[in-house]
Ligand binder design. Structure first.
Ligand SMILES: Cc1cc2nc3c(=O)[nH]c(=O)nc-3n(C[C@H](O)[C@H](O)[C@H](O)COP(=O)(O)O)c2cc1C
Length: 401
């Protein structure tokens, strides 16, 4: 089972835990249960015991809500780029729901055993710290993060604002956590938390507007307006980047099949389609390939930037259009992968070991037909970075009208 499916399973298991525990405990609960506390742990309000279901369903509500949001977001493709972190946040919220249920049940049976006010503040502080850590990884979307006209209009402003916002959230969470653990100097902590709270709401807004104004001054707005008129294909083409850092998340086999299909639909000289693709999804094989290239190229520690998949694009040895056909296919696959929220990077080292008996033997073992050699390859995975586009050289076009 992959790390991600383990996390998904945990989310669903923990989301029903509160309901199951409540169902078991329900008949033993007193008729009135405590529902509101102040920070010092004094109960402010009791409620009828059926109100426990409101608290007990919190974890399940979080699990369902955070599962549905990516499905209905018009920018749902972007979620794939931070899904690992998004699921961590969902898990944290579900666990928080479970803890709250546990607290209410425990306090109903044995009042005064838990410092409830302090515990709730502690959980809130820890959640803010987790959010602060995750914020820089969130990509542009309509539901999660700092959403305003400026962040939503430009991925660069989004990323910069979330980097700043993440730090402020983390500091705010840390203040709240420290205060919950050591409720001393309440006035000072109130002051710091208050300032941080204002900073959370105001600074990212002002900062994103400031970034927008800066871009406007640099003329980026004109580019952007032009960008808005571009077709999705053109946007995909301009936004693809060589990605050199990846998360552990494995792209599904279905996505890889779509990517290879895009490769198979590339043009080929005389429509010969003499290519052969080898898609390596197996981590041991992938590591063996890294090792083998490292050994044969004299580059110990050589790696594929932590990507979980590599697609090799081979063609008949000596074929006139071998490299051209494979390159066209590779580019198609890289663009398709980008469109699916995946990152890629051209890996050129296989052509540096052409004719190497050890590499050829291993590739044959993987299923590469005899007489074929790998022309080019691309790694594939979920990006752990969003590199800026390297500047394009001027003076590389001549229009003959
Ligand atoms: C023929 C070719 C070979 C490349 N080989 C490698 C490589 O072995 N390793 C690597 O990290 N990037 C490689 N790249 C990626 C380029 O460095 C990258 O495309 C370039 O820096 C422009 O960045 P961009 O792809 O983000 O626009 C290769 C690109 C091409 C077209």
């Amino acid at each position: 089972m992959t790390k991600r499916s383990r996390k998904t399973l945990m989310i669903w298991a923990l989301s029903v835990l509160s309901l199951v525990v409540t169902a078991i405990a329900y008949s033993f609960l007193p008729e009135e249960i405590p529902m509101w506390w102040n920070f010092h742990g004094t109960v402010l309000r009791y409620a009828e015991k059926n109100n426990i279901w409101l608290i007990a369903s919190l974890a399940a509500v979080f699990a369902v809500l955070f599962t549905v949001l990516p499905l209905i977001d018009p920018r749902n493709k972007n979620y794939q780029r931070f899904m690992e972190y998004y699921e961590t946040f969902t898990l944290v919220m579900v666990v928080a729901g479970d803890i709250l249920t546990g607290v209410v049940i425990s306090e109903s049976f044995r009042p005064g055993k838990i410092e409830v006010g302090q515990l709730v503040v502690l959980i809130a502080g820890l959640i803010c710290m987790v959010m602060g850590n995750l914020m820089p990884k969130i990509k542009s979307n309509y539901f999660i993060g700092i959403r305003n006209p400026w962040t939503l209009s430009d991925p660069d402003i989004w990323n910069r604002t979330h980097r700043i916002g993440g730090r402020i959230f983390f500091i705010f969470g840390l203040c709240v956590t420290v205060w919950a653990l050591m409720p001393v100097w309440p006035l000072l902590i109130y002051l710091v938390s208050g300032v941080a709270l204002v900073a959370i709401t105001v600074v990212p807004y002002l900062y994103s507007y400031w970034c927008f104004r800066q871009n406007q001054k640099k003329g980026k707005l004109a580019d952007q307006q032009e960008e808005e008129s571009w077709s999705p294909v053109m946007k995909n083409l301009l936004e693809r980047r060589s990605v050199r850092a990846y998360t552990d998340q494995m792209p599904s086999h279905e996505l890889l099949e779509q990517i290879v299909l895009a490769g198979q639909f590339a043009p080929s000289g005389k429509n010969l389609q003499e290519w052969h693709f080898v898609v390596v999804e197996n981590p041991e094989v992938l590591h063996r390939l890294e090792e083998l290239l490292g050994e044969e190229l004299g580059r110990p520690g050589y790696h594929f930037y932590g990507a979980p998949v590599i697609i090799l694009c081979a063609n008949k040895k000596g074929a006139r259009n071998a490299m051209a056909d494979c390159s066209a296919a590779l580019q198609n696959m890289m663009l398709a992968a980008h469109d699916l929220g995946l990152g890629t990077c051209w890996i050129n080292q296989f052509r540096d070991v052409w004719g190497n008996a050890k590499v050829e033997a291993y590739l044959a073992q993987l299923g590469l037909p005899e007489g074929y050699e790998v022309q080019c390859s691309t790694i594939v995975g979920y990006p752990a970075q969003s590199p800026a586009a390297p500047a394009r050289k001027p003076g590389t076009v001549t229009y003959v009208k």
